[in-house]
Design a binder for this molecule. Structure first.
Ligand code: MN
Length: 217
């Protein structure tokens, strides 16, 4: 199988077809989805998205794309909470840096911030796409806000909701009772809130302050 790697990239591109179909890239600043070289660490991002309904988009790198779930109440570090997570279309890897305004009339119109991001490891298995395909994935997140083990598990299909999953924090050192994502509302990329983005406030001042405060990274 000298060309086995080709089937992977074809699959990845194929899984982004729905992403591209929903969007007019002449109208929205979202990335078109060029394929990026794979790094060693698997990446995750959580984007807070105020569209017709406020939600958090939880995305895990798998098979060269971002597997994605919309979490209406957002992720939490509280292991007692089970958060509904609706699986949505795969997004391109470079979507993980997207923050800004999706113009009116476009799919998902509203504001997006990079609410959290970092890397993750599998707690079980070796292939994230295969774990997701089986309907359960256990990950260990290393983000700025989210840390420790989380389980995403598909609910039994009923009422035609085959895309319904639950996102649950496992009990470990990263767990925190009562933790509320709404109390952690700033972008980890720019420090902006959704309101800042809506009002097109620039992050330049915040970023220069932050760069000065940090000595290289
Ligand atoms: Mn969204």
């Amino acid at each position: 199988m000298p060309h086995a790697h080709r089937s992977t990239s074809t699959t990845s591109r194929g899984s982004l077809r729905r992403y591209a179909q929903k969007r007019d890239f002449a109208q929205t600043p979202e990335p078109k989805g060029q394929k990026l070289p794979r790094g060693r660490a698997l990446r995750f991002v959580v984007q807070k998205h105020r569209a017709s309904h406020l939600h958090y988009d939880f995305r895990l790198e798998a098979d060269g794309v971002l597997k994605s779930w919309a979490v209406p109440k957002g992720p939490t570090l509280d292991p007692k909470e089970r958060r509904l997570a609706m699986q949505v279309e795969d997004h391109p890897l470079d979507y993980r840096d997207f923050e800004g305004v999706i113009p009116k009339g476009n799919y998902g119109a509203g504001q997006v911030i990079v609410w959290d991001r970092g890397t993750y490891k599998l707690a079980e298995g070796t292939n994230p796409a295969a774990e997701i395909g089986r309907g359960k994935i256990k990950v260990i997140l290393h983000g700025k806000k989210l840390g420790g083990m989380f389980t995403l598990v598909r609910m039994r299909p009923r009422d035609g909701s085959e895309n319904a999953w639950l996102l649950i924090k496992d009990k470990d050192a990263g767990a925190e009772s009562g933790w509320d994502p709404e109390r952690h509302s700033e972008s980890v990329k720019t420090g902006r809130t959704l309101d800042d983005v809506a009002e097109s406030r620039h992050a330049a001042k915040w970023q220069s302050n932050r760069t000065a405060a940090r000595s290289g990274r």
